[in-house]
Design a protein. Structure first.
Length: 273
């Protein structure tokens, strides 16, 4: 069983510096964050890919946050797909996968209508990914606000229908359920999918009326990382855990300590994965 741990975003001012720092910190993964748009040029993507071939950090990318594949406005739906695909092009050059994204807002759609629409959009994007021979996986993410498409059941339905990957943000599930979480049920549901390795986000979360509020350090215990870690180790599933707390790399190190205290032995640094 392999577990890759690392921060969302670079622990240094630049991504290139951050790659080396992740290794120096004894971590194994990093998720690049295109939060406000795809602003990385293709040449820089190639440079990052070249640098990481020496370092061996497991990379993924979060596409821009402003995506809505269920918008009433066709221009918004098309621009959302374009942002995700532009991310995929850079991910291919970097050697990063999966490409994580927030799929949609329900708007006036039912859950079923939204699910069908997201499935159709992912099918369209997958065709372009294959046409361009980009070596990336799309990963719609569980979302934390009740007006967003992205319950665990919805994301697993999309994955099963399209064959895409997926990202499970544990704190988002916790927030949507008003501070309740059952790790056994989550893992049972995921194990029925065709995916053999899992991509997680983990952070503390503040709750509000709509579900997700601001992100918190994992020391807040909302949700509890040690409980999650114990369930994960009991399932023997290869996993990547990206920390999205305000303390990113520091909390990634804390997660590593907790997993080690529960008996997990991490592979040596700079080993092929």
């Amino acid at each position: 069983m392999q577990i890759f741990l690392g921060p969302a975003g670079s622990p240094k001012p630049s991504t290139l510096e951050g790659l080396a720092e992740v290794g120096n910190l004894g971590l194994h993964a990093m998720e690049l964050s295109f939060t406000h748009g795809v602003r990385m040029g293709l040449d820089m993507a190639r440079q990052i890919g070249d640098a990481n071939r020496e370092l061996g950090i497991k990379l993924s990318i979060h596409a821009p946050y402003y995506t809505n594949l269920c918008s009433d406005d066709n221009a918004i739906r098309e621009s959302s797909k374009r942002r995700i695909l532009d991310t995929c092009e850079r991910a291919h050059l970097i050697g990063a996968s999966p490409v994580v994204f927030h799929p949609a807002y329900y708007g006036r759609m039912s859950s079923k209508e939204a699910c069908d629409t997201v499935i159709s959009s992912i099918g369209e994007m997958t065709k372009e990914i294959r046409r361009n021979r980009w070596d990336v996986e799309l990963a719609p993410e569980t979302t934390g606000r009740t007006r967003q498409f992205g319950t665990l059941d919805e994301i697993l339905t999309v994955a099963n229908e399209t064959g895409c990957y997926f990202c499970v943000d544990i704190a988002h599930i916790y927030a949507r359920n008003a501070g309740r979480i059952n790790y056994a049920e989550i893992f049972d549901a995921m194990e029925n999918s065709k995916i053999k390795s899992m991509h997680f986000h983990f952070e503390g979360i503040e709750l509000n009326r709509g579900g997700e509020g601001r992100h918190l350090p994992i020391s807040a215990g909302k949700p509890d990382f040690k409980e999650f870690a114990a369930e994960l180790l009991g399932r023997d599933i290869d996993s990547t855990i990206i920390c999205e707390s305000p303390l990113t790399w520091r909390d990634s190190i804390e997660m590593k300590k907790i997993l080690a205290s529960l008996g997990h032995e991490f592979m040596p640094q700079n080993q092929p994965y």
